[in-house]
Design a protein. Structure first.
Length: 450
């Protein structure tokens, strides 16, 4: 539903461009050559998939640590929304290429938010596009946020009720069929009983002597009928299992063939140069510090560099990715190394199995804690196989992590196309707790009860 055409596509507006108008027609005009229809998408692919993946990460604060708020607004339960820069998503190399997402960015739909709803287990997302040229205070007004959240729940309820309605109609149709089936059985039973009574009256002399024989035949018939029903039910169950297995295999094969997501765009030479400068600066510092530590400790201690190489890959190539943020880097590394060192204290665990057990604990543990960070998985393996595991080595390594974060913050933010980190999550939380700052960046005064 388009209430107002984007200014970039209005010929009478200063923001209008031919490229934006062409993209707008591809999104809205079904007769346009190259029309981009709305199709099913995977989580994380396209605008709807990206908003869904970010907002359904777990809890009301899902995605708050890596979503970039436009105008300073952030998460706060159901009374606020997070606005996402669509152009930033379209240009982000961490996002799979999606033609519709690119067209939305070009057509002027530059600001969007996704509000999830869960109506008795029926889950979905309601996407709202905002005017990027409008008044930020109006857009971020709590009344607007509440209206959008309530509208999402209302639309979600309307969508959720469609399936129960279809089920009710199917149930009524089935119930009518069953009622007629039961009535037909009763009528047939009455007709047969009348036939038996008439046969009894006509052959009353010989019926009593043949009763045991009839009862025996009736018992055998019932046994045969029960056996036939059992075979029929077993056959139906086998068919259902076979059909379920076939459907599962079909879905598995479809997933193996891959989805429709495109290839992420390559970096420009300018961005590659920024990455080179950042990586060479960071690892020059780290290598020099490692040399100093080994010299001063007579090679008793050193700085483990391998996982830090993976960390700098994230910081300079996937700058906006949640796994690259300082919160994930610090907490995930502390968790991974602690688990690896603690496992070394457990006796009778062979080193080869400890190197498998450590990442098996750390990787799902990071997912559960919401601090996914791939280099931490490497740290778990390295520290689980390290001959001289101790807490001093862990402290040296965490100091190296802190150095990489400091250099990434300094170098990435020199580029106009990058921002690192996307948010200082813990700092913002502490600031709000101490100062009483609300989600709009305003300081609130808490009145004490008389």
């Amino acid at each position: 539903l388009i209430k107002r055409q984007p200014q970039e596509t209005d010929p009478d507006n200063d923001y209008a461009t031919p490229e934006a108008l062409e993209a707008y027609n591809k999104l809205t005009n079904v007769t346009q050559s190259g029309y981009i229809a709305v199709n099913e998408t995977d989580p994380g692919v396209g605008l709807s998939g990206a908003l869904w993946a970010e907002s359904s990460g777990g809890g009301s604060d899902a995605g708050a640590n890596f979503n970039r708020a436009w105008g300073g607004i952030g998460h706060s339960g159901h009374e606020s929304v997070v606005w996402r820069d669509v152009c930033e998503l379209a240009d982000d190399p961490d996002q799979p290429y999606d033609e519709r997402l690119q067209a939305l960015a070009k057509a002027g739909f530059k600001l969007a938010t996704g509000i999830t709803f869960d109506i008795n287990g029926y889950r979905g997302i309601f996407i709202v596009y905002g005017n990027p040229h409008g008044d930020r205070n109006k857009l971020n007004n709590p009344a607007n946020a509440r209206f959008m959240n309530n509208a999402a729940q209302l639309i979600g309820a309307a969508a959720a009720i469609q399936d129960p309605i279809e089920r009710v109609l199917a149930f009524r149709k089935e119930e009518a069929f069953n009622n007629w089936h039961r009535l037909k059985i009763k009528l047939l039973t009455i007709v047969r009983m009348l036939g038996v009574l008439r046969y009894t009256n006509e052959n009353s002399g010989g019926l009593s002597s043949d009763r045991p024989k009839l009862e025996k035949k009736s018992s055998i018939a019932m046994l045969r009928e029960a056996s036939a029903r059992f075979r029929e039910n077993a056959k139906e169950t086998a068919e259902e299992v076979k059909e379920a297995a076939k459907n599962k295999a079909t879905r598995w094969g479809k997933k193996v063939r891959g989805g429709s997501a495109g290839i992420a765009p390559a970096f420009t030479w300018r961005q590659c140069l920024w990455t080179f400068v950042g990586v060479v600066t960071t690892h020059t510092i780290l290598s020099r510090i490692n040399l100093l530590i080994m010299t001063e400790s007579d090679k008793e201690f050193n700085l483990i560099l391998a996982p830090l190489g993976a960390l700098t890959t994230l910081q300079y190539n996937l700058t906006a990715a949640p796994a690259s943020q300082p919160r994930n880097a610090i907490f995930a590394q502390v968790f991974a190394i602690t688990v690896a060192i603690c496992l070394s204290y457990i006796p009778n665990i062979p080193p080869w199995f400890r190197s498998a057990l450590a990442p098996a604990i750390v990787i799902p543990g990071m997912a559960k804690l919401g601090i996914i960070h791939p280099p931490a998985g490497a740290s778990a393996i390295v520290f689980s196989t390290w001959k001289e595991n101790n807490w001093i080595t862990m402290g040296i390594f965490l100091a190296g992590v802190a150095i990489t974060i400091v250099t990434a913050v300094g170098i990435n933010n020199m580029s106009d196309r990058r921002q690192y980190p996307t948010s200082w999550y813990l700092v913002n939380k502490a600031k709000k707790a101490i100062v009483g700052e609300n989600e709009l960046g305003q300081v609130t005064v808490i009145k004490k009860a008389p």
